[in-house]
Design a binder for this molecule. Structure first.
Ligand SMILES: C[S@@+](CC[C@H](N)C(=O)[O-])C[C@H]1O[C@@H](n2cnc3c(N)ncnc32)[C@H](O)[C@@H]1O
Length: 142
C-alpha cells in the first residue's frame, strides 16, 4: 500500500485507526508528517511508545466527525479498520472532507471481500463526493 502511495516526504498523512502505529512509523520514516488516531487507549499507548512524544497521536472515534479542518490531509491510510464499523459511510464522508482535492485515500479492509476471499486492497483519488467514493469502492472490486 505504501509503495502505491509513492513519495510521501512532506505530505500530511492521517493514519485512521492506527492501532500500535506500524503504518505511522513507516510513513514517518519516509518523511511524512503523520497524525495517528485510534479510539482505543491501549492502542494509543502502544502507538505513543512506538512513535515518540513529538508525534500527534490522539483519541478519535471514527464514528464521529473528525476533529480536523477541511482539506487538511494529502493522504489518508485506513488499514484493517472499517470492517469494525457498522456505518462505513460516515468515516468515508469525513475522509472525503478532510482530504485535499487530488489527495489520496487508501482503505485496506475485508469489508467488501467475499467470504473466504481474504483482504481486499483499495485506493482512490478524492472523488467528487463521498457517495461516489462509496459506490466506487463497492464497484471497483478486482
Ligand atoms: C486490526 S487493527 C488495525 C490497526 C492498524 N491500522 C494496522 O493496520 O496495523 C484495527 C484498529 O481499528 C481501531 N478501531 C476500531 N474501531 C474504531 C473506531 N470506531 N474509531 C477509531 N478506531 C477504531 C481499533 O482500535 C484497532 O486499533
Amino acid at each position: 500500500m505504501l509503495a502505491l502511495a509513492g513519495e510521501v516526504a512532506g505530505a500530511r498523512v492521517l493514519d485512521a485507526g492506527c492501532g500500535p502505529g506500524f503504518y505511522a512509523e513507516e510513513l514517518l520514516a519516509r518523511g511524512a508528517e503523520v497524525v495517528a488516531v485510534d479510539f482505543s487507549e491501549p492502542m494509543l499507548e502502544l502507538a505513543r511508545k512506538r512513535l515518540g512524544p513529538s508525534i500527534d497521536v490522539r483519541r478519535v472515534d471514527l464514528r464521529d466527525a473528525l476533529p480536523f479542518a477541511d482539506a487538511e490531509f494529502d493522504l489518508i491510510v485506513c488499514p484493517l479498520v472499517l470492517h469494525h464499523l457498522e456505518d462505513r459511510l460516515q468515516p468515508l464522508r469525513e475522509f472525503h472532507r478532510v482530504l485535499r482535492a487530488g489527495g489520496l485515500h487508501f482503505v485496506i479492509s475485508d469489508v467488501f471481500a467475499d467470504p473466504g476471499s481474504g483482504s481486499t486492497n483499495r485506493s482512490m483519488r478524492k472523488p467528487a463526493s463521498p457517495i461516489a467514493a462509496h459506490s466506487d469502492v463497492r464497484g471497483s472490486r478486482q
